[in-house]
Design a protein around this ligand. Structure first.
Ligand code: GDP
Ligand code: MG
Length: 163
């Protein structure tokens, strides 16, 4: 039985970049425009000998009269329903934003186990965000670079209990 890993977080933190790395294909649409992934998508994912289903989420900019928070909550709840574990991704370079805090509050209330991931942590530019991430109350952040493939061994360690 494979397990399911859902990537959640505000737009532009690198969810689709990580999805592409784990899925090994250019399946998700990556763009500099926040929230450009139009829907969530699932694919077989692999890292360090682990196999799972990886789900990318977005669509937060979909046409809707609802607030960003409302859409985010709805989408996150739907995604978490099918997840064994959620990777909650923040942008280590941008630091912790109000939307990140909003997300963290949702995730802390849910039943799905959460692994906090600080992406864009290559080089030193991600250091401040990494320290800030501790205040989200979701444990120690995992520093990765989805773009450069750094931190993948730590990611494997974090996912191992759910395999
Ligand atoms: P999403 O909206 O969360 O799916 O974010 P995307 O995957 O579309 O990425 C948003 C932007 O962040 C793109 O310009 C990516 O190239 C960039 N990005 C993603 N991962 C990294 C990373 O590890 N390091 C850096 N420096 N940029 C990244
Ligand atoms: Mg995306």
């Amino acid at each position: 039985m494979s397990f399911t890993v859902v990537l959640v977080g505000r737009p532009n933190v690198g969810k689709s970049t990580l999805f592409n790395r784990l899925a090994g294909k250019k399946l998700a649409l990556v763009d500099d425009t926040p929230g450009v992934t139009r829907d969530w998508r699932a694919a077989p994912g692999h890292v360090g000998g682990l196999s799972f289903t990886v789900v990318d989420t977005a669509g937060l900019e979909d046409v809707s009269d609802d607030s960003l928070e409302a859409r985010m909550r709805r989408q996150t709840e739907r995604a978490l329903d099918r997840a064994d574990v959620a990777l909650f991704i923040i942008d280590a370079r941008a630091g912790v934003t109000p939307l990140d805090r909003h997300f963290a509050n949702l995730l802390r209330k849910g039943r799905t186990p959460v692994v906090l991931v600080a992406n864009k942590a290559e080089g030193k530019a991600g250091m401040p965000g990494l320290y800030e991430a501790f205040e989200l109350g979701l444990g120690e952040p995992l520093a990765i670079s989805a773009e450069h493939g750094e931190g993948m061994a730590d990611l494997v360690q974090a996912l191992m209990p759910y395999a």
